[in-house]
Design a protein. Structure first.
Length: 128
């Protein structure tokens, strides 16, 4: 009689443990989705998915201003540009543009021990 009681107790413990595991997993996923949705809701955006909207308007004569762009959910997001806003433009370059000691970001492919650069971005020098 005692072995049967022990088996029943073991089965109950296992069932409760498995149920608690899956319940906790579902709860954690729900919390993550809620946190993500709140993050984007507070910033006037969507879920992070979707395509970018049409470009907005620049400030006048480079002195600053505002530009807007519809978010993934159609709400307008407005950004203010002032004299301290850094605006960067990327242009194509050649290997001769690379100088020793320059800061770069490299994206590459590796096959065995061979690493081949696929893109190299020159980075501005840091000011200290």
């Amino acid at each position: 009689m005692k072995p049967i009681v022990a088996v029943i107790v073991a089965v109950i413990v296992i069932v409760v443990g498995v149920g608690a595991f899956f319940g906790g997993t579902a709860y954690g996923e729900a919390q993550a989705q809620n946190t993500r949705a709140e993050f984007f809701r507070n910033r006037g955006g969507g879920t992070g998915a979707g395509t970018a909207g049409a470009p907005g308007q620049n400030g006048q004569n480079g002195q600053g201003g505002q530009f807007g762009r519809p978010s993934a959910f159609g709400t307008m997001v407005t950004v203010t540009v002032d004299a301290q806003t850094a605006i960067q433009k990327t242009v194509s370059g050649t290997a001769s543009d690379l100088q020793p000691g320059e800061r770069v970001t490299v994206t590459s492919d590796q096959t065995g021990s061979s690493i081949v650069a696929r893109s190299i971005q020159l980075r501005p020098a840091t000011t200290q």
